[in-house]
Design a protein around this ligand. Structure first.
Ligand SMILES: NC(=O)C1=CN([C@@H]2O[C@H](COP(=O)(O)OP(=O)(O)OC[C@H]3O[C@@H](n4cnc5c(N)ncnc54)[C@H](OP(=O)(O)O)[C@@H]3O)[C@@H](O)[C@H]2O)C=CC1
Ligand SMILES: CCCCCCCCCCCCCCCC(=O)[C@@H](N)CO
Length: 319
């Protein structure tokens, strides 16, 4: 938990890993990295054609192509029954053994000012961001924690359930109101589960140069772009590598760059820490930094509002 040892806390060689949202972006990058480390991989997303292409690419990265297996399942994870089906199908495919690692990467953002985004879309974002993760976690943990008769017990490897959040769960930015609340809910679920089980980790990326990012740029307000200009979006492969190294060190809340760590520091609260000394110092330092950052963000928003008017003022009223 404290990341002090040199032991690899996330050895996936020979293990079976399920990655939701594994057909593109960060999820696919995670799949490619873990295939190269010797894992069997199952990627899950809705669009089968993208999954087929992804699996073919993931296969080429296998450390041992004679031993490793690859599979995809098309499912809409906003539906809890679909998550149960996914875990059951993986278990059958895996010769009756549950997956060892489940990494929730599914999700995307549809930015816009709160009043400009129809209320149904806010609810859909909660489904896409929070419920895909919570449904997957629920189905997985029910499977993992199911009591087994002593005579049927077998030695299981160390299991890991990993959520993919966003640093917006630490520091919200205007324009992401359809999205950040779902990510903040994942963080809360993660902290709650960390008191129940030891196998939970959550990754908080900054911008990722993925197909999802290209899409969100289409509806992102100019002000949002301005407020996040300090962020230099990272390549999916870099985000995957940095997150996996942190998992190997046994970290719990994982950030992928300096600004992300500052955002975590200022919002660490009662979350379990990776390192008592390191995280406490980070927290102190980031609180000092944010004394200046918070008014800066607010002033930029105020100045933008003065120039452009209130959100919603020019939008057509809901019918
Ligand atoms: N891009 C960014 O800047 C950032 C992204 N993140 C988070 O990181 C994760 C990965 O993002 P990114 O790399 O951009 O991903 P992409 O948007 O590029 O890919 C999203 C993946 O999720 C799948 N997916 C979406 N909805 C569902 C659903 N209902 N059921 C099953 N699968 C679904 C998509 O496939 P399909 O559409 O076929 O279902 C696809 O495989 C997400 O959780 C995102 O919120 C965090 C910080 C920044
Ligand atoms: C030294 C400290 C300075 C701190 C400045 C704070 C600036 C805020 C940057 C916000 C960046 C948001 C990245 C997440 C994006 C995301 O999750 C979406 N792209 C969704 O896909």
């Amino acid at each position: 938990m404290f990341g002090l040892g040199s032991r690899n806390e996330f050895n996936v060689e020979g293990q079976t890993v399920v990655i939701t949202g594994g057909s593109e972006g960060m999820g696919k990058a995670v799949a490619l990295e873990l295939a190269a480390k010797g894992a069997n991989i199952v990627v899950v997303a809705r669009t089968a054609s993208k999954l087929v292409t992804a699996v073919n690419e993931i296969k080429t990265k296998a450390a041992n192509k004679f031993k490793q297996k690859f599979h995809y399942i098309s499912a809409d994870l906003t539906d809890p029954a679909e998550c149960e089906r996914v875990i059951a199908e993986v278990t059958t495919w895996n010769s009756g053994a549950a997956p060892d690692v489940v990494w929730c990467c599914a999700g995307f953002s549809r930015p816009g000012f709160f009043v400009d985004v129809p209320i149904e879309e806010h609810r859909q974002q909660m489904d896409t961001v929070y419920w895909t993760a919570a449904n997957t976690a629920h189905a997985t943990l029910r499977n993992w924690l199911e009591p087994v008769l002593p005579s049927a017990q077998m030695k299981t490897t160390r299991r890991h359930l990993i959520f993919t959040c966003s640093t917006l769960a630490f520091v919200p930015i205007t324009g992401y109101s359809p999205y950040s609340p779902g990510k903040a809910a994942i963080r809360s679920l993660s902290d709650t589960l960390s008191q129940e089980i030891e196998m939970i980790h959550t990754v908080f990326p900054m911008g990722i140069l993925s197909p999802g990012f290209d899409n969100e740029e289409k509806t992102k307000p100019e002000l949002t772009r301005k407020l996040e200009e300090a962020d230099k979006p990272q390549a999916p492969a870099d985000v995957a590598k940095i997150a996996i190294s942190a998992l190997e060190r046994g970290e719990y809340l994982i950030t992928t760059n300096f600004i992300g760590s500052m955002m975590k520091g200022t919002s660490l609260g009662a979350s379990p820490k990776n390192s008592i000394v390191g995280d406490t110092l980070l927290s102190c330092l980031s609180h000092l930094v944010f004394l200046q950052v918070i008014p800066d963000l607010r002033n930029k928003a105020f100045a933008w509002g003065k120039r452009n008017g209130l959100p919603g003022a020019n939008s057509t009223p809901a019918s």
